[in-house]
Write a protein that binds this ligand. Structure first.
Ligand SMILES: Cc1cc2nc3c(=O)[nH]c(=O)nc-3n(C[C@H](O)[C@H](O)[C@H](O)COP(=O)(O)O)c2cc1C
Length: 260
């Protein structure tokens, strides 16, 4: 089918999902436009995609689900029988119901899912889990995923008959509650505000960047990663408990999975 434009719609606080989305997009022979929801937007933009657009949705798995914040953006996005592909990156525990949930939600909004993939990545809370993933072999699988999607887009005249099976269960896993709130250390914080500017949840006041509004914080760890002074961190006791728990249930040798 003759296609118009590739729409990249993603949420990627610590960059792994973005990397997978961009590598996949490299294989797709279309001009692309990005909608990156990893930076806070007070207004959720209303986006309408055409039947000859191709949408690539990318999310990190949070608590085995689609991040709640991304779901808020998705509410305002609609397709017109628009073909779409999905990417979920996860921190080597499990992706549980996240891909199934994403497929169900985008199809409810007028998209037709023709491909989906789950890629293990460095764990954004404990980066020693799955460290340096996606690795070379993962990147090859990711790149082949893009090439295969491109082939399907070129080959098919319509996508209605495509029905891909994705693992997952309903009712979906219960959404977890964040208890890891990064805060700034008074000594090293220079009040530069770079954490506040990039927080996807708007949880750090620009005028008081040492603070975190815990009712808004989603624990994505973006502020910890961007702080050049390394001033932001989670309470060390809470972090070591989380680390111990995660190290027991994550396996750094998880395989990339593609569903076409
Ligand atoms: C709040 C939160 C919940 C998470 N839940 C899961 C999970 O259920 N399973 C898993 O394997 N990884 C989980 N992770 C790890 C992320 O899915 C993973 O690191 C992802 O690649 C991060 O993507 P990003 O770099 O694009 O932000 C979680 C991370 C955070 C911050």
């Amino acid at each position: 089918m003759k296609m118009n434009e590739l729409k990249l719609v993603y949420f990627s606080p610590t960059g792994a999902t973005r990397k997978a989305v961009m590598e996949t997009a490299r294989g797709i022979d279309l001009r692309s436009v990005s909608f990156d929801f990893s930076v806070y937007r007070e207004k959720r933009p209303a986006l309408k995609f055409a039947h000859d657009d191709f949408a690539l949705f990318g999310i990190p798995v949070y608590y085995g689900r689609v991040p709640a914040l991304f779901m808020e953006y998705l509410e305002n996005i609609s397709g017109n029988n628009t073909p779409a592909a999905l990417i979920a990156t996860y921190g080597c525990r499990e992706y549980d119901d996240a891909l199934l949930e994403l497929k169900t939600e985008v199809e409810r909004r007028g998209f037709k899912v023709i491909g989906a993939a789950a890629f293990p990545a460095e764990h954004s809370i404990v980066p020693t889990i799955g460290s340096r993933r996606p690795n070379k072999a993962d990147m090859k699988t990711i790149s082949e995923y893009g090439i295969e999607l491109n082939r399907i887009l070129r080959k098919e005249d319509s996508f209605g008959h495509i029905n891909i099976e994705i693992p997952g269960n309903t009712p979906y896993k219960k959404y977890g509650k964040n208890v890891l709130f990064p805060k700034a250390d008074s000594g090293s914080c220079t009040l530069c505000g770079s954490c506040a500017k990039v927080c996807p949840a708007g949880a750090i006041p620009l005028k008081e960047p040492k603070k975190t509004v815990t009712s808004k914080c989603i624990g994505c760890m973006k502020c910890v990663r961007v702080c050049k002074q390394k001033a932001r961190s989670v309470n060390s006791l809470k972090m070591s408990i989380a680390e111990r728990k995660l190290k027991k249930i994550c396996q750094s040798d998880k395989k990339a999975e593609v569903f076409l």
